[in-house]
Design a protein around this ligand. Structure first.
Ligand code: ADP
Ligand code: MG
Length: 259
């Protein structure tokens, strides 16, 4: 705990320095135009892209609405009971619908509750959140973890109220190690605690293909498991749940159910 406190003080100092640096550069004005983000960047969003990519929660009367309503209520209630604010969304294998569920759930919660939702694309191996939203991104989580960007610089609001994303950032080798580093512990603590009323969702890679979600689970209060109907083998589900058994399982989404 002491370690975290010390490190946090260091981060705060770094941010103070960053602000001071900003003040200096703004004095120089034309010489050094360093962008200083005092507010989260807002980027426009294309409704057609959202529809094409099945981000149905953006649209009223969409086919997913009812299921999402039930899921979001369940999640909010369970998180409250756990006194937590962070969930990890994962599944056994790739392609089962983690990213799609993450985005739809995040937007659905942001629309209903007077509460900001931060969706962190913590799939450093195959980041897809920005692609599904049809937005261009630059820096993200990996850059923050590498000490090459500040949290506030990489956050984006895709023109949906109370919905903020943190893109994954540049590709890195050894993502599990990066996520597991001492500085990552400090940064995730900062993400979780700076705005305690925020709900944070980690969209992650799959449990049976890499160690990343197991590391990320340490920073989350609960896990939401996505299962692909008629596809994910029972042994895979069992193994995935077992690997994450130390975290409360907040729910299971049976995805891609045929009507
Ligand atoms: N409920 C669903 N209905 C139809 N297609 C879906 C559904 N969930 C996911 N998909 C599709 O399956 C593919 C993989 O989904 P994705 O969310 O990227 O999976 P993951 O993040 O688990 O790898 C995408 O093409 C996505 O559009
Ligand atoms: Mg994904």
């Amino acid at each position: 705990m002491d370690k975290i406190k010390k490190a946090l003080e260091k981060v705060e100092k770094m941010e103070e320095n960053a602000q001071v640096k900003g003040a200096v550069s703004s004095q120089k004005l034309t010489k050094e135009l360093v962008p200083i983000y005092t507010k989260t960047r807002v980027v426009p969003i294309d409704e057609e892209v959202l529809l094409k990519n099945k981000i149905y929660s953006y649209f009223p009367d969409n086919p997913l609405t009812e299921q999402l309503r039930i899921l979001r209520t369940k999640i909010i209630n369970k998180l409250e009971k756990l006194n937590g604010n962070t969930i990890l969304i994962t599944s056994a294998r790739p392609g089962e619908g983690k990213t799609l569920i993450s985005i739809n759930l995040a937007i659905s919660i942001a629309q209903k509750y007077d509460r900001t939702v931060l969706l962190v694309d913590s799939n450093l191996k195959n980041p897809m959140v920005h692609t599904y939203l049809g937005i261009q991104v630059d820096k993200g989580l990996s850059d923050v973890l590498l000490g090459e960007a500040h949290i506030h610089e990489v956050l984006i609001n895709p023109s949906i109220p109370r919905f903020i994303i943190m893109p994954a950032g540049k590709k890195v080798v050894g993502s599990a190690e990066l996520l597991n580093s001492p500085s990552a512990e400090v940064i995730f603590h900062e993400i979780k605690t700076r705005y305690p009323e925020r709900l944070i969702i980690f969209d992650s890679p799959s449990v049976l293909t890499c160690a990343d979600p197991l590391v990320l689970a340490d920073y989350a209060d609960a896990v939401l498991m996505v299962i692909e109907a008629e596809k994910t083998p029972a042994e895979d589900i069992e193994e995935a749940v077992k690997l994450l058994q130390e975290k409360p399982l907040i729910g299971v989404v049976l995805n891609k159910v045929r009507e």
